[in-house]
Write a protein that binds this ligand. Structure first.
Ligand code: TRP
Length: 458
């Protein structure tokens, strides 16, 4: 397919915003704070940041490069540059995308119910939810499926309309709005007494607290949060103009994503350490941290919070939507590019397949039952947690490992130089190339092998 036949971004800001829209999502708002909490902060955050810098950024550039040079979606892109065997990387990505999408929709649905709940509090006054309220919400199967379905349909509608004007324009307004509210959140929490404890928990590392599973989760989270390892950035890069700088665009996305994750974490930890009794309410279901902590702030501490509460959860839903769109785009564009299907047909098929997975995940949140006790990975009971662990910590790193090898060795130096718009190698390029060739794939491989073999580092 030629460039002119494809939609393309209106501007560099267009690509950065859309890619940041894909990256910034539940990974930052929902997942990062709660797994940082579960892993006791500090050391986990350090490993996370190292993974972002040494694996995330170079890999993001690699994915964009593959997409932009081929102007194709992941499977055909890898096939074109590397032949049939390498197109397997694209297929692995499509599988990971479908897995992530299926449970992501469930969590995204929670933002809708929090929005409605906040509206209620805004109009009728805030009342402290009783202990165990969140667990009861999780166990309500029909409600979980309903919310998931609403979110699935929203995503399908936008994916079906195609990339371009709509998403780009909405993102331009809503992403900055999210950032502004987050800054205000953090600003407010910094006046609360739990502030120092929260900052110490997040920023003072204690490596005796982090086992190899924690390393794996920190690395997996970097992939997940930056939308890497399955070709989403290949797909988005394929719509990027030849004149734009891949490095600058990637850097912007990485910085934005990381700042948003850290801000969220600071806000939520501070609230937990400041409000008496909250730690208990959260610790029973840390998975609900985003939805349990913030109302406390909006409705008891924050000037104007009664307006910002509902607005914030609309923005959470929007951030989730710009991420589900990018996941949907990977699977849908495959069917379009490969099978020549129409967009409607491709969207319908992918949406239906994913929704089956979503139903299983949505029903796995209750206290007991087959779906919620089902365990593959130790400590990750239930379909939803299993899918999350499988995709984020195993499938994405494996995909990322293969993509870096592909770009570093198969495409090689000359190809990359040209795509990055350089005449001859400069030091930054050389550093990047060797990270992509050796450092990033070795780091991923060593960690995966260690965890797989059950060895501890010490
Ligand atoms: N990065 C998104 C988040 O943090 C999730 C996501 C969207 C994603 N597209 C992806 C993760 C592609 C991996 C690959 O919420």
């Amino acid at each position: 397919m030629t460039h002119s036949a494809r939609d393309s971004w209106g501007s560099r800001a267009g690509f950065v915003l859309a890619a940041a829209g894909s990256a910034v999502g539940l990974g930052n708002l929902w997942k990062f704070p709660y797994i940082t909490w579960n892993n006791d902060g500090g050391a986990f955050v350090v490993v996370y940041l190292l993974a972002v810098v040494f694996i995330g950024l170079p890999l993001m550039m690699s994915e964009i490069l593959v997409g932009r040079s081929t102007q194709l979606s992941p499977v055909p892109a890898f096939a074109k540059l590397g032949g049939r065997l390498w197109s397997g990387v694209g297929w692995l990505g499509v599988a990971s995308g479908a897995v992530i999408q299926s449970y992501y929709m469930v969590i995204a649905g929670w933002s809708l119910s929090s929005f409605v709940q906040c509206l209620g509090w805004t109009f009728k006054g805030y009342s402290l939810p009783p202990d165990g309220a969140f667990d009861a919400f999780l166990s309500n199967g029909p409600l979980q499926i309903g919310l998931t379905l609403i979110f699935t349909l929203l995503t399908a509608f936008i994916v079906y309309r195609g990339i371009g004007g709509g998403i780009e324009n909405a993102t331009k307004v809503l992403m900055p709005a999210l950032l502004i509210i987050l800054l205000y959140l953090v600003f407010t929490t910094l006046t609360m007494e739990g502030r120092n404890q929260a900052l110490a928990e997040i920023f003072i590392p204690d490596f005796s607290e982090l086992g190899k599973e924690g390393f794996l989760e920190a690395m997996g989270q970097a992939f997940f949060s930056l939308s890497l390892g399955l070709g989403a950035m290949v797909a988005y890069g394929s719509y990027m103009g030849k004149k734009e700088s891949i490095f600058k665009s990637a850097l912007w996305v990485v910085v934005l994503d990381t700042v948003v994750a850290l801000l969220c974490c600071i806000a939520m930890f501070t609230i937990i350490f400041s409000v008496p009794g909250l730690e208990n309410r959260v610790s029973g279901s840390t998975i609900g941290m985003l939805f349990i902590t913030l109302p406390e702030l909006f409705y008891t501490e924050m000037p104007g919070g009664f307006l910002l509460g509902p607005l914030f959860f609309v923005l959470v839903a929007f951030a989730a939507l710009t991420s589900t769109i990018s996941l949907g785009e990977v699977t849908t564009s495959l069917l379009i590019d490969r099978k020549g299907w129409s967009r409607v047909r491709a969207t319908l098929v992918t949406t239906s397949v994913v929704f089956v997975g979503s139903i299983l995940a949505a029903l796995s949140l209750g206290a007991n039952g087959l779906l919620s006790s089902f365990t593959v990975f130790e400590g990750k009971a239930g379909v939803l947690s299993t899918l999350d662990h499988l995709a984020a910590n195993w499938m994405l790193p494996t995909g990322g490992f293969l993509i870096t090898l592909f770009v570093g060795w198969k495409l090689g130096r000359k190809f990359c130089l040209e795509e990055l718009g350089l005449e001859k190698p400069n030091p930054a390029f050389t550093v990047w190339l060797w990270i992509v060739r050796i450092v990033a794939p070795a780091a991923v491989l060593i960690l995966l092998i260690n965890v797989f073999m059950g060895k501890d580092f010490s």
